[in-house]
Each structure stands twice: as C-alpha cells, then as structure tokens.
Design a protein around this ligand. Structure first.
Ligand SMILES: CC(C)(COP(=O)(O)OP(=O)(O)OC[C@H]1O[C@@H](n2cnc3c(N)ncnc32)[C@H](O)[C@@H]1OP(=O)(O)O)[C@@H](O)C(=O)NCCC(=O)NCCS
Length: 164
C-alpha cells in the first residue's frame, strides 16, 4: 500500500506504537493524554504505512523545518512500529518512502533525532551532527548531499533544529 497521512481517528493507534519505549513509567491512559497534548505531536504530519488488511504497520512524524534560504527541510521523529511487527522492514520502508516522496517534491534536506544506534539511520544516508542541545541522549542527524550539508552548516543564519 502507498504510505499516507494518518487520519485523526488513527492517532491513538499511532501513539500506542511507541508506548513501550516512551511511556516513562506512565499508564497507557496518562501516556496517551500526554501524546494528545504534546505540541511536538500536533505540529507535524503523521505518516503511516499499512498492510493489505488495513493494519497500521509503522508511523513517523514529519515537521517542516524551513531553512534560512527559505528552502524546505523536513524533521523526522517518533518513528515506531508496533512491537509485534518489528524487524520485518516496516520502519525502514516508511522512512525510505517519506524521503522519496519529499525528494520528489523538492525537499533535499532531512533531519532527525536518534534515540537508538545511529547506524540504523545511516542506512538511509543520515550522518551524525552531534548531541541534541535539549536532550543530550538524542543524536541530531541530517541527510543531504554532502556539499549541500557543508554549505548549510557554514551558514551563520542556520540554527540547529529543536523541534523535539
Ligand atoms: C526502531 C524501529 C522503529 C524500527 O522499526 P522496524 O519496523 O522494526 O524496522 P525494520 O524492520 O525496518 O529494521 C529493523 C532494524 O532496526 C534495528 N533497531 C531496532 N531497534 C533498534 C535500536 N534500539 N537500536 C539500534 N537499532 C535498532 C534492528 O536492529 C534492525 O536491524 P537489522 O535490519 O540489521 O536487523 C522499531 O524498533 C521501534 O518502533 N522501536 C521503538 C521506538 C523507537 O525506539 N524508535 C526510534 C526512535 S529514534
């Protein structure tokens, strides 16, 4: 199935995909309430993939991060696959598809904050920029053509993304 934006009624299922990882000791109800209220979760587009039976297989959040030049860039986040479906390529497919669709419409710079080993995202062309200022356990990564990235990082107007 082609990937698509999540419908509002699907957001609870989307949030549940990361409950085991991001609950931080909260009950499911408290975790879901926090997700519904989180500005970072309401400020972007949730992309989802589904299988032939209509079961959601993976989700991720995409924020618009305009560059100093005005060119578009996308900040990815909260990639999650339901625990019982992990390790089957769903997360990888969704990441690759979001990048492919955005590249086709002219976006050539992508960011994300990795809470896991960066090697997973290096497979998609992301490189490590450094620890997140707000949350040093997260690693800021970027994906762009190398010269483009060097130019962007040298631009004094460029501010490190902080959408998470
Ligand atoms: C990370 C995650 C989205 C991957 O989704 P998935 O559908 O299982 O992904 P795929 O099947 O395409 O890829 C699986 C790969 O992810 C890697 N991976 C999963 N969790 C990982 C972790 N914590 N650290 C490093 N790599 C990890 C696996 O080792 C596997 O590698 P392999 O292909 O060499 O076997 C999924 O494990 C998940 O939902 N985790 C909980 C939420 C989370 O931590 N998200 C990432 C936030 S930065």
């Amino acid at each position: 199935m082609p990937i698509r934006a999540a419908a509002p009624a699907e957001l609870e299922a989307v949030y549940r995909m990361g409950f085991d990882t991001w609950a931080e000791g909260r009950t499911l109800d408290a975790y879901l309430a926090a997700c519904r209220a989180a500005p970072k979760y309401t400020g972007g587009v949730w992309w989802v993939d589904e299988d032939a039976d209509g079961r959601l297989t993976s989700s991720l959040l995409a924020h618009e991060i305009p560059l100093p030049s005005g060119a578009p860039a996308v900040g990815l986040g909260s990639i999650a696959t339901p625990p019982e479906l992990r390790g089957r390529g769903h997360g990888s497919r969704l990441i690759a598809e979001v990048i492919r669709l955005r590249e086709a419409s002219g976006t050539d710079v992508f960011f994300l904050f990795s809470d896991i080993a960066p090697a997973f995202y290096e497979r998609f062309g992301f490189v490590v920029l450094g620890p997140c200022a707000k949350k040093p356990a997260s690693i800021l990564m970027a994906r762009a053509e190398p010269k483009r990235l060097v130019g962007l990082l040298a631009d004094k107007r460029f501010k490190s993304p902080d959408y998470f």
